[in-house]
Design a protein around this ligand. Structure first.
Ligand code: ADP
Ligand code: MG
Length: 447
């Protein structure tokens, strides 16, 4: 760590971890202090996109941390280690850095790690994932348009990129335009100003696939909605695939013309929900593994149990733990994770309880709680009871013994058996899978 005292950098990082909240990105673990000279702290970032991200979002955070650590007035600048000092600034509205962005074809930039492989499927996103997959396998023929919506950090952009990357891998000649709506709006305005409207139109009306991220940016831009409307119609008539994401459903975006809203409903509208505990845990494991971070089980459980807002925050939490381990040269264990996460007020999940599960299952199957907890074995009761056990196993942290005891004093082998039975059944019964997804979603929504 040339030029910067390790203890000082550690203090800075500790404050960044404590105060960085949603600003922290997974690649923050790769930040390195280069020098502290003449009141300027130079921090190396992995690439241009990351530099741009830090300049836009993290200057105050690091300046504050550097000033309290040194007790002096310190400025901060972010540098890449690239020799080419004059890399262009990314366009406004292009993707905020999460990882290296790789240019593909003439038009599109993909996030390398936003692939289907890297995506964890759960009840919260099963439909959206399946639809994105279907679209990438049969563009223009399965769901057109595909409209994905949900609040921030739940994987919409990830799915858009995954679908487009798969399409391109299967069909390298495809003309794929994937861009944020903000970029679309800015390019339109630029084209009007420079008199290049024809080129703009040609570019988007001749795409094989047009994927627009965060369509809510169209709201109240009447002229651009008009333009988009015609683009949409041209592509649709030619059976070209259109994929759209938004922060809410088409009908709920204020300031969006009715004719667009109705077109967005022509295909499939799929919502992405907040992930439940089980999915969060799978995401934490996957993200950590992909970044080469060794997370003990109990730490992964702590992160998944503490952060329930969205996946972006989960990634931030993993980064915090890894950063703290790095600067403090400590093993990643429960204590360290608590230090990293406890440093700021995080949204505590109320964990799913067995009562939540009972409430949902009794309502769904019209059975009484007392029967589920009784010794009765008729199928109309035994089946929902097995579902309860299965859900309790996946959504709570109770042991097999506890779950068995709760449901009529049964032993752990009964719970294991129930778990295996439901797991096997759902594998070839899509209706049961849908029921389980619904239940899990309802249960997690109340938790
Ligand atoms: P959105 O576009 O909905 O705001 P993003 O697609 O940008 O959210 O996702 C935020 C982060 O969370 C990304 O790093 C993405 O890889 C990750 N993410 C979201 N959902 C999942 C998932 N189901 N599996 C793996 N990673 C996910
Ligand atoms: Mg997004």
């Amino acid at each position: 760590m040339a030029g910067v005292d390790h203890a000082l950098w550690r203090q800075i990082i500790e404050q960044v971890v404590a105060e960085g909240g949603h600003i922290i990105r997974p690649w923050f673990t790769e930040l390195e202090p280069l020098a502290l000279e003449n009141g300027l702290l130079e921090i190396q970032v992995p690439g241009e996109e990351e530099k741009h991200y830090c300049q836009r979002n993290a200057v105050e955070l690091f300046t504050g941390a550097a000033q309290s650590a040194t007790g002096r007035l310190v400025g901060v600048c972010f540098l890449t280690n690239a020799v080419t000092a004059e890399a262009p600034e990314p366009d406004e509205g292009n993707y905020q850095a999460d990882r290296e962005v790789r240019p593909v074809g003439a038009l599109t930039q993909f996030q390398d790690d936003y692939t289907f492989d890297a995506f964890v499927i759960g009840p919260c996103n099963r439909l959206a994932h399946a639809a994105a997959m279907a679209v990438s396998e049969a563009p223009g023929r399965s769901y057109n348009p595909l409209f994905l919506h949900g609040s921030v950090g739940l994987g919409k952009t990830h799915l858009l990129h995954a679908a487009c990357q798969k399409l391109l891998a299967d069909n390298p000649a495809a003309n794929i335009s994937l861009l944020t709506c903000e970029a679309f709006v800015n390019q339109f305005i630029g084209a009007v100003e420079k008199g290049h409207l024809q080129q703009f139109r040609y570019r988007y009306r001749h795409a094989d696939v047009l994927a627009i991220d965060d369509i809510q940016f169209l709201a109240n831009h009447e002229q651009i909605q008009e333009e988009f409307f015609h683009t949409f119609n041209t592509l649709y008539q030619e059976h070209k695939q259109i994929v759209i994401s938004g922060d809410r459903g088409p009908g709920d975006i204020a300031g969006l013309e009715d004719r667009l809203v109705s077109r967005f409903h022509w295909g499939l509208v799929a919502r992405v929900d907040r992930p439940c505990y089980e999915t969060r845990l799978a995401i934490v494991h996957k993200k950590a593994r992909r970044r080469g971070i060794l997370l003990p089980d109990e730490v992964a459980c702590l992160i998944a149990g503490t952060i329930n807002s969205n996946t972006r925050e989960l990634e931030g939490a993993i980064a915090k733990v890894a950063m703290l381990a790095q600067v403090a040269n400590r093993e990643i264990d429960l204590n360290l994770a608590e230090d990293a996460l406890g440093a700021e007020p995080v949204t505590k999940t109320r964990e799913v309880t067995i009562e939540d599960i009972l409430t949902a299952v009794t309502a769904r199957f019209s059975v009484r709680q007392a029967d589920l907890q009784s010794k009765k074995r008729s199928r109309s009761i035994a089946f929902p009871r097995q579902i309860c056990m299965f859900l309790a196993r996946s959504l709570t942290r109770h042991s097999l013994e506890e779950i068995g005891g709760y449901f009529g004093g049964r032993d752990h082998t009964t719970v294991l058996h129930a778990n295996r039975t439901i797991d096997a059944l759902r594998g070839h019964d899509p209706q049961l899978q849908a029921t389980l997804d619904h239940l899990a979603r309802d249960i997690c929504a109340t938790a």
